[in-house]
Write a protein that binds this ligand. Sequence first.
Ligand code: BTN
Length: 262
Amino acid sequence: MTDEYSSLAGNAALRSALCSECDIPAVEFFRTIDSTQRRARELASDNAPEWTIVVADHQSAGRGQHGRRWASAPGNSVLFSIVLRPASQESMALMPIRSGIAIADALDRVTGASMLLDRIRLKWPNDLVARDAKLGGILCEGQIRGDELRAIVGIGINVRPFEPTQGVTVSTACLDSIAGRVVSRIDVLREVVLSMRASLSQAEPILSNDELSRYASRDWLLGRIITSPTQGKVLGVNERGHLVVENASGFIEEVVTGSVAV
Ligand code: BTN
């Protein structure tokens, strides 16, 4: 299906309008690419300016966290990667959390989610969750060149219903179901980039009280019992972006990285 989002490919005026609206230096759009993350990494190595964005309609080799694949069908998702230059290792480590808050705020605005059930939740460290199913994911990768830090933040958001292939059943959510209408993918892209621009301009090495409470209000794991990477009850996320878990003996543990299973 051709929509404004896929028209970004052949329409320089549309790309330039997006750059002005979002105050970004450049956007590349691909109808099909192996991975926007791979292309953004290449641009970062060639010293592309911060906030250069690579967008795709479809990826043939989309990458997820922990070396997993990120699957999507043409016309169904918003897929993009951003080149960033974090001020410090600490602020780079907080990018998944800050991005998650910003993306969730933007998506709630786009869907008009008024019911608590439909609010976008965040599953530490990188998942966007809606109605208890995965709506999208964030992949943050760092590069260090001498003293200079670079981060590539990749985002995949399901917009249309996901059609499982080869009999594989996956529990995914999509924005169209939450909004109860066909959501414009270019609106999603614009709102998310604008929101991330505001949120990631915050370069403090720890999360502020405001960020912590905004995260807590969306924390899908809060109060849940997890079984991996450690076992216990989730108490929340602390100012360094670590997951705080209380085990059966009352011992409090900070989880720095990993994939969480409930
Ligand atoms: C996850 O595993 O939850 C993170 C998924 C991140 C997927 C996005 S889609 C755009 C960008 N390009 C990639 O190859 N991956 C990220």
